[in-house]
Design a protein around this ligand. Structure first.
Ligand SMILES: [Zn+2]
Length: 147
């Protein structure tokens, strides 16, 4: 099994996405995984759900769960569809909510850790700003967690 196929399976990359390339930096203890979508792939308009062709793309990145002891990042050219009714819209990304630099699985992990240890300690452990951890907690509704 090649490394891209292995990554595709372990990350659960949904169609029409696929793992295009992987970069490993042992000095930075970091893995960067680049997704792309199948040429001619269609995506749902985020408003009416109608299948639309891709109008253009914008580059986005998300922090994902660690892979062994390496920090991992997912990079994607995110399509925008051009719906006849709703115009040009950015598609819904299945592994993340809009406007966050973290995958949903990463956020769930942060929430779980914050239930067991102080938020500042979690932020230090997962190497994010403490304010980012608080934003994740606020979005995911964790009223019992104290500073
Ligand atoms: Zn639409």
């Amino acid at each position: 099994m090649d490394d891209k196929k292995l990554m595709q399976i372990t990350l659960g990359v949904p169609s029409p996405w696929f793992v295009k390339s992987i970069e490993l930096s042992t000095s930075e203890e970091r893995i960067d995984v680049y997704f792309d979508f199948i040429k001619g792939g269609v995506f749902a308009c985020p408003i009416c759900n109608k299948s639309c062709k891709v109008h253009d793309t914008t580059d986005s990145s998300w922090r994902h769960l660690p892979l062994f002891h390496y920090d991992s990042y997912i990079h994607v050219r995110v399509p925008r569809t051009k719906c006849e009714v709703h115009g040009t819209k950015t598609v819904v990304i299945p592994w993340s909510r809009p406007d966050t630099g973290f995958t949903s699985l990463f956020e769930v992990d942060v929430v779980a850790l914050c239930k067991e240890m102080p938020v500042a300690s979690v932020a230090e452990r997962v190497k994010i700003h403490e304010e980012s951890a608080w934003r994740i907690l606020a979005y995911r509704g964790c009223p019992t967690i104290q500073k």
